[in-house]
Write a protein that binds this ligand. Sequence first.
Ligand code: NAP
Length: 520
Amino acid sequence: MRPFRPEPLTDFSKEENIKAIKDALENAKRNFGKRYPIIINGKEYKTDKVFGSFNPAHKNELVAEFYAAGEKEADIAIESAWKAFEFWRKFPAEERAGFLFKAAEVLRRRRFEITAWMVYEVGKNWVEADADVAEAIDYLDYYAHQMLELAGNRPLAHIYGENNEYFYIPLGVVAVIPPWNFPLAILTGMTVAAVVTGNTVILKPASDSPMMGYLFMDIMREAGLPDGVINFLPGSGGSLGGYLVKHPKIRMIAFTGSKDVGIWIYEEAAKVRPGQKWLKRVIAEMGGKDAIIVDNEIDEKDIPFIANQIIVSAYGYQGQKCSAASRLIIVEDVYDKILSAVVEEAKRIEIGDPAENKFMGPVINESSEKKILNYIEIGKGEGKLVFGGEKMRGGIYDEGYYIQPTIFADVPPNAKIAQEEIFGPVLSVIKAKDFDDALRIANDTDYGLTGSVFTRNREKIYKAKCEFHVGNLYINRKCTGAIVGVHPFGGFNMSGTDAKAGGPDYLLYFLQGKTVSERL
Ligand code: NAP
């Protein structure tokens, strides 16, 4: 078996790849508006409640419709998942991993098709959507490899007169609750981590990206995964999601999303309800208020590169990444220079339809647009608006949720726009007295997900390594774009439980250890 290697990204400068994605986009469009079922134990279910998934770039374009599952379907799914658990937990780890390797192959083959649907469903450009699909392939491959390493007995010390064994077993039925912003990658990662470790899953996709969940189910079915191992339940977060969280027969919740929902889930899951025989396990990966620090000890010639990395971190996928840079902390000696380089770079950003692969597209939906615009209004009172600050208007922009990339300068570190997660293209620039002050400001939020430091001073790099309290610290590079198996991902403090997705310890969250001692 070949060792794990991250999936290469598609080169969209090549004619053949441009043609392939354009064909896939056309094909997806021809299939818009179809209605998709709930899937429990391999059977399709319909309800009298239907909801739509719309293209954020053209808000009236219905991408697909879904039957919404309610409590009745959740009960059936949980029962089916427990039945499936009885056989699935006994599958040898090698066979479970085999389904993931196979699914990775299917996804490689269907890469352009899935990328195209993602472009339409969540407004990612080709490059961002392709990277999301590559990450999903990586999760399949990487967790399969990891499971093979964890299978069998773990090493123990020997004592005379006894045979001792220690090995891992699965937990039971896991509710997987992913966000829409990495609609295939995160959904795939959490689900297949549960599955490869021998658990069965109730998968509730985010309401803004159910099509990605459906296509994932299709891929797993094509890979031959037995019915009932994953059960697909689209539906509302508040009602269906809440019901799953509180359900006494759910053994574990794997959640990625906002801080508020994560905290709520953590609290509710802690309550032991009638009929519940365990303490629920929860992993909750949540938001960020990620900072890039630019020190005064940088090379003049590096400034264009630094500005580019800041722009990519802040505005890639419209700033809708948990890892996105939303604070830029600059040491005062170089403040004006860096700020003006960043503003100049921002002027070059192309904004438009992600289906045409423009760098920036729309934000996900109307309520998100409103929230971001509201923060921009707050920002106008807290800092100095130096770029953007408006909704995009006219032509195609009126058809979707387009917001200008926005930069506020001279923002006080304790301002609302410097403390709260704004899930959109808004960057707050803060002046620091020196490097220590910059670190202090960077650490002074409730979050601790990603961060970058630009400096040429090795002592400062070492200091950042020790003192910058983030789960993913980057030196002299952008703070987004973690790669499975290369940059295990997850944050501190209110950024979540730091389960480190795509890392060597992740699968352990889905397992429990069993010790067997036999007297000889
Ligand atoms: P969200 O609103 O918290 O939703 C996440 C998921 O939770 C969705 O499936 C949602 O369903 C569901 N949900 C909502 N309320 C629920 C409830 N009461 N009980 C159970 N489930 C519930 O977050 P989002 O807007 O999708 O995603 C953006 C957030 O995710 C940002 O804060 C971002 O920083 C964070 N994020 C973190 C990471 C990380 O690794 N740390 C990665 C990606 C994103 P509906 O869609 O149906 O509401």
